[in-house]
Ligand binder design. Structure first.
Ligand code: NAD
Length: 482
């Protein structure tokens, strides 16, 4: 679809996300003609910027992210941006915003279509949603709402936010962003599972011993200590990215490839997600907190972090489902800050069939590398050329350098999907609700532990985190990626 007529209202137009991700993504969509003549963007934030200043910022943001920009095209693109100084809590400002949106709608012939993008502190999402409703900001064409993460801080707050949003938007108009769903290899999980009969045949509880998901970050909390200390790894990474990846790995085959069918398959799986009780949390989850080095702070010494903080910067655990092809198969995950290297990957460990070659034919693994490389590989055994010993080789699915350069940024892909109304790679409310139920149960058990003097275990930074051996169902198992 080309030249989709839209007025986009971006709350948080002076923010980091808008600068680093949203403006470059919109420019690429402009270059691809997804948006062209009939679009306008209203950037809003508190600062008293002018239209001209916003346009300069947009151009600077594009230059910082995209090489080889056609200057005339960039100027033309930036000309579609308008700035509205706006305090989200001031009702009057919504009236002005509505008037500007209507004016631009007429000027650019946008047919009453609106995309509202909430790219600011999550504590404002509810207020904005309510004012969109009470000041009737929605247009006479299509109306879509893009919401950044985190969507609530627990199930109760997510429910409140969802009700506020429902005052103006139906569920099929809401696009909850999880930028991991925009990643190339995350989007390759369904083609891998359902586009290869060989893989499809082994992707089940008879053949799979366990699944391992690692999402390791090299960085610490940096300047985000204040935010992070109220969140922690469980809410920041597991509630969204890790559980979404796990859902894609374990869901049953959807009826077809439509967004509705894919979400139906996810919901079917999630209805059987086993929410752990206190004992299961003690047995199957580990939380950690990083120590310092000569040059880096221990977590509790980071700026804006409480000295007695019990917030986890690392969490590992076990997820199980009662339905789907991997019903009953342990799915292990871990995520942490200040780990040895930045890496996101999935390892699917197959059961070892005792056979002619005994232990020499080690457990086979299918690996999906999501970050920093984009690749899938598994091991195939042949024989050494001169002898009869086993010779393992990796079979890889990967991109050439040129192809790699063509992989779009996750944000570009997801914003494109909002324009074309494809909700496949966004989080639906029913999914989110289950994720919060799971996370809240773990959080509640940890609060109990804290009250009894418990706390996260300390781990050495820039290694692979604390001892997690207790979470493995079979003590002989361990992480494939060490
Ligand atoms: P930011 O602090 O850089 O920007 C916040 C924006 O909100 C600014 O434009 C600011 O002027 C505006 N704002 C603040 N208070 C306001 C008020 N009262 N009225 C009007 N405007 C106000 O934040 P960010 O890093 O851009 O993050 C925005 C959202 O995106 C958050 O939900 C965050 O979790 C999410 N997110 C950010 C990133 C990232 O890389 N920055 C990545 C993933 C998700």
């Amino acid at each position: 679809m080309n030249n989709i007529p839209t007025v986009m209202i971006l709350f948080g137009g002076s923010g980091d996300l808008a600068h680093r991700k949203i403006y470059p993504a919109l420019f690429n969509l402009y270059r691809r003609n997804v948006i062209r003549d009939n679009f306008a963007v209203i950037g809003t934030a508190r600062r008293p910027w002018s239209h001209e200043y916003l346009r300069e910022q947009v151009a600077a943001a594009v230059h910082e992210s995209i090489p080889d920009v056609d200057e005339a095209q960039l100027t033309e693109f930036a000309g579609h941006f308008y700035y509205q100084s706006h305090d989200v809590t001031n009702v009057e400002h919504y009236v002005t915003l509505k008037r500007l949106a209507q004016e631009l709608d007429e000027r650019y012939e946008c047919g009453g279509n609106r995309i509202f993008y909430m790219a600011m502190a999550p504590s404002f999402f509810g207020t904005i949603a309510e004012h969109i409703a009470d000041q009737h900001l929605t247009g006479s064409g299509f109306n879509r709402l893009v919401v950044e993460k985190p969507f609530g801080t627990d199930l109760a707050s997510a429910e409140v936010l969802n009700r506020q949003i429902q005052s103006s938007f139906a569920e099929d108009q809401v696009f909850r962003i999880d930028h991991y769903l925009g990643k190339e290899m995350v989007q390759n999980i369904l083609p891998l599972r359902f586009g290869n009969s060989l893989i499809k045949k082994v992707w089940n509880a008879d053949m799979v011993k366990n699944v391992q998901v690692t999402l390791a970050e090299r960085l610490g909390v940096e300047a985000r200590g204040g935010y992070y200390d109220n969140s922690g790894a469980l809410r920041d990474m597991v509630q969204n990215h890790i559980l979404q990846i796990i859902t894609l790995l374990a869901m049953p085959e959807p009826k077809d490839l439509s967004d509705k069918a894919i979400h139906a398959a996810k919901e079917d799986l999630l209805a059987s997600l086993r929410v752990p009780g206190e004992q299961a949390v003690r047995d199957n989850f580990v939380r950690g907190q990083y120590l310092g080095t000569e040059n880096t702070f221990e977590y509790v010494k980071e700026p804006n972090v409480a000295e007695d903080s019990k917030t986890e910067t690392y969490v590992a655990g076990r997820v199980e489902f009662g339905r789907g092809p991997l019903a009953g198969v342990p799915i292990y995950f871990r995520t942490g800050k200040e780990m040895r290297e930045k890496k996101t990957r999935v390892d699917l460990v197959l059961k070892n069939e005792p056979g002619l070659y005994g232990d020499k034919a080690q457990a086979d693994t299918i690996t999906i590398e999501i970050d920093p490389a984009n690749q899938i590989y598994f091991r195939l055994n042949g024989k050494t050329i001169a002898g009869s010993d086993l010779r393992p080789e990796k079979l890889r699915y990967r991109f050439s350098e040129n192809e790699q350069a063509e992989v779009p940024d996750g944000y570009e892909r997801l914003i494109h999907d909002v324009f074309v109304n494809d909700s496949t790679n966004f989080t639906k409310w029913e999914e989110l609700k289950r994720y919060w139920e799971f996370v809240d149960a773990i959080e509640a058990a940890w609060q109990e532990e804290n009250a009894a003097g418990g706390k996260p275990v300390k781990y050495r930074p820039y290694c692979m985190g604390p001892d997690t051996s207790k979470i493995f169902a079979d003590p002989k198992d361990g992480w494939i990626y060490q």
